[in-house]
Each structure stands twice: as C-alpha cells, then as structure tokens.
Ligand binder design. Sequence first.
Ligand code: DOR
Ligand code: ZN
Length: 429
Amino acid sequence: MKLLVKGGKIIDPANNFSKAADILVVGGKISAVGQNLCADGAEIIDAQGKLVCPGFIDMHVHLREPGLEAKETIASGTRAAARGGFTGVACMPNTKPVVDSQALVEFIKSRAAAQGVVNVYPIGAITKGSAGGELAEIGDMKLAGAVAVSDDGHPVTNSQVMRLAMEYTKMFDLPVISHCEDLDLVADGVMNEGYYSTVYGLKGISRAAEEVMVARDIMLAELTGARLHIAHISTAGSVELVRMAKKKGLKVSAEATPHHFALTDEVVGSYDTSTKVNPPLRGTDDVKAVKEGLRDGTIDVIATDHAPHAVEEKDVEYNYAPFGIVGLETAVGLAFRELVNPGILSIEELVRKMSCSPARILGLNKGHLGVGADADITLIDPDRQEIIDVNKFASKGKNSPFGGWKLTGLPVATIVGGRVVMRDRELVL
Ligand code: DOR
Ligand code: ZN
C-alpha cells in the first residue's frame, strides 16, 4: 500500500527540515521525501497549504479501560485522538483495576491492537493499586511494554516510597511521571484558592498544594539521579522550580495542558462542572508563567490530561462532580489560539512539544519524518476554522469547557503507520 502526501509544508524539527516537499509512504514507512514525487497506484493526500508534521503524541490520556468503560474505552478514546490529530497516546493506569502488573499492561496492548485506531503506549502504576504503599511490578511492566510509571490521579505521599520508585526506575531508564499534590493541603478544595474562590463561595486549593510536591520530587530526582516528569504543571511557582532544576542539570521535564494555558479560575463562576479539574484552573499570573515556561523551554510538552467522565457524573453540584476535562479533540486548536497565532511558539516549537519531546521522554522512535521512519503523520491546516461542538466528539466524554469556542488552526488528517484514520476532520475507518 502506497500513500503520497503531496504539496504540503513539511515541519520536521528533528531533522531540521521546514520546507515544501512531498512524502511517499510505502508499507507503513516513509520511503522518500522530496520534490515532485510520484508513485503509480498511490493514494494521494493533497496537502497544499497544510503543515505536514510528525504524528502528535499525547503523553497524558485517560482511556478508562479496563473497568470504567462508561467514561471512555480504548476504541472511543483512540478515535478521539485520531480526530484530534494524535497518532499516539500514552494512557494512565488509574483504571479498575489499576494497571500495576505485566498482565494488565499486556491487556491494554492487546485491546489497543484489536480496537485502537492510533498507537497506545501504556503507563504502569508506581505503587500497587496506586495506593502509595508498596512498589508495583515496575520491571515486569517495563518488559511488557510500559513506557513510564505514574500514580496519576493520586500523589505518592510517602517520600521514601517515591525515593525507592526513583532508585528502581533509574535502573530501567523509565521516567517517573508525578502528579504533584499534597492531599492534606488540598483538603476538600474544588478550585484554585484566591479571590474567585472567595467570591464564588467554593473551597480553595492553594498553589502550595502543588508546589511542595514539585519541590520534593525535584529533590528526590537530584538525590537518585532518576528521570522525573512533572504532569500538568499549573502554577507560576512550579514553573520556576522546574526552571531551577533544569539549570542545575537535573533530568527533569514537564508538561502543561491546554486548559491550564487557555483558561483562568474566573470561568468557574459559571458553576459549569466541566471547569472542575485537578490541578485546578489558576490565575492570570499562573497562565502567563505557563506560557512563558512553554516559550523558554522550561515546559517540554503539551499534553491534554484527557479525563472523560460520564454526563451524569458531571451533572451534579460543583462540589460533588469528579475532576477532569476532555482534551484530545481541542488541543491543537487551543495551542494555535493561545501559543502559535499570538507568536509565543513557532510551528516548529509546537511540533517539538506535541511530537518530538513526548517521543524522547517516553523513549519512542517517533517524532521525526526522515526516510525509514514510521509513517505517523499529522496534517494541520493553519487557516481551518471550526466552532467546537462537544456532541461531535468521538470521545464518550463531553466534559469540555470549550464548547462554542471558535478555533483556527486544526488537524485535517491523521495518518498512523501509513493508514489514514482521519481526513478532513472526519474519521475514516
Ligand atoms: O482532573 C483530573 N482528572 N486530574 C487528575 O489528575 C486525574 C483525572 C482523572 O482521572 O479523572
Ligand atoms: Zn494528574
């Protein structure tokens, strides 16, 4: 099977290549990159006016399978990924049961092979059941194909357990993805602590509840020499801590979500539970700091923390709703709106944060478009506009605060291993 992506502008920062060219795909791999390529019998994708990028990888996604299929499944979540321009997703282990063993990593992989439409990279738990007590079978999970470990959704409260996890993962060169949250400080907070939590009469979550754990984990990364990745960074103070860690030369990386750079806590005044997320939406200064962190390289990755919940779970009073925002189908448009269109990130830098860096951190041979590379390709039309309609999401989760937003700069084709899975904003399967 041959595929010819014709006439687009190739954005391939890993190979320092940004110019108009065609890409020929044969047998799922890139077989040629150059001018005026042709191939008999090839399926043609007209990429005139489009940006042709290495496939985007979302390294923080909740696919909810096994056990929470009412919220999302590997089938529905990977369809949402394809619609959003992602050719791969790393899925968090806070399922039922928690992915803390080789058998469960293998289950995800076999399910993804049978029902997934994009690549799925399982993340294993740090501790058994993500309960924080005893280390999970990290070595076994790595052998089964886990690309990282995380207790995401929960912090690893016990510092000694976190230290041991880092000592252990270091031997396997696996990154530890940390959900930084001090549960005692969070108490029963539901939104950012500050002016708006007072005005709206909702209990606050202080910035310190995140920052004390970011600081602790950076210290443990220094002590152990392990690779630490800070998930969903949300405060100016956390960004500064990561900046200092990088200056020291520690193996620390970080990700920010579109909702944390596109929204502030002011929007919680709608009492719309789709604004309830953990860590919470923060203040204007935090959003500014997150954008500056993305611009200056402190924050390596844009990841969605796609966290689908069933409609009836979110359709309750603010205090009772679960935390989470779906992000796969709005991420690229929000990144254009907040970062690329205002000139904070070049398109090359965006591709680094949505493809090259997640691939590097997870140890995947992805994120580049040279001859011989896997044909995972994301096409973006920087002029394409759409008004977000949550009912059109392929995700089962409709919990997005971005419904009704008009976004410019959207993925228009997703190609996974040479197979077109999304074209012209519609799934083709
Ligand atoms: O808002 C969130 N939802 N934050 C998390 O850390 C977990 C996630 C979930 O699993 O729903
Ligand atoms: Zn988390």
